[in-house]
Design a binder for this molecule. Structure first.
Ligand code: F6R
Length: 249
């Protein structure tokens, strides 16, 4: 795309079309949603389509990718608060159908909670569409770079993870300094993400160029989680601005 705002319009229009088609066909649509700076204009456009174009999210069930851990949903820095600010409070999505990983689950229950989150997604019939950003280090959700074998990396459950130093550095602005950033998070795993019927990846700006190039033209490896998306073939669409695409050749 010539610029990021055009890419965000296209992403929102794809999401709206998915909501309408899935709701018409099955009476519901199941969306995987992302936070971060990148998708904010996407949510603005969806709110605009809701207000001015009759787009209803009443049939949508949503599952967000991730949440910091530990994190209260009431904390303004939580991803739950972000989703409330940018989308949930402005559309007709039913509050009890809007899921995010719960940053208050007790430590001893985290693994079981993550597996339950995947079961809830499966019980809804899987994700019609997953919206993704891309970390500067190539992370997808908070599936961070890792030395594990590709087979395993493609089939990870929703689970507690440790955040990568680059992720902590990038979150510092939201927490008033790196030392205040939670070291851990809950993330949707690659198994649920890669099973989505369509996947939209948004990446903008020069600081994403290297991660985009490594994801699209380097080896498929758990060291670059974005490269694992290639296993989903043509179910994946990358929406890039010229800067993010500038290392592709
Ligand atoms: C957010 C998420 C992350 C972000 C990524 C890019 O829910 O899962 O993977 O998509 O860190 O963040 P931004 O958009 O802030 O550059």
């Amino acid at each position: 795309f010539d610029d990021r705002s055009l890419a965000c319009l296209a992403a929102a229009d794809r999401i709206a079309a998915t909501i309408r088609a899935a709701t018409d066909a099955r009476g519901k649509a199941v969306l995987g949603l992302a936070t971060g700076g990148t998708p904010i204009p996407v949510y603005e456009r969806l709110v605009g389509l809701h207000e001015a174009d009759g787009l209803s999210l009443a049939g949508v069930t949503s599952f967000n990718l991730d949440e910091y851990y530990p994190m209260s949903p009431l904390d303004p820095r939580s991803y739950r608060s972000y989703m409330h600010r940018h989308l949930f409070s402005k559309v007709d999505l039913a509050p009890n159908r809007a899921h995010l990983p719960d940053g208050t689950v007790p430590e001893s229950a985290l693994e079981a909670y993550g597996e339950a989150y995947d079961r809830w997604i499966a019980a809804e019939g899987g994700l019609d569409l997953q919206l993704l950003g891309l970390g500067r280090n190539g992370h997808v959700g908070f599936n961070e770079p890792d030395g594990m074998a590709v087979d395993r990396a493609l089939d990870l459950p929703t689970r507690p993870v440790s955040l990568h130093p680059t992720t902590i550095a990038d979150a510092a602005k939201d927490f008033g300094g790196e030392e205040h950033v939670p070291r851990r998070a809950l993330t949707m795993g690659t198994a649920s993400i890669l099973a989505a019927r369509s996947i939209l990846v948004l990446a903008f700006g020069l600081n994403k160029a290297e991660a985009v190039a490594r994801s699209l033209s380097g080896p498929i490896t758990a060291e670059v989680p974005g490269s694992l998306l290639r296993s989903a073939g043509d179910r994946v669409t990358w929406l890039l601005d010229p800067e993010a695409a500038s290392d592709l050749r």
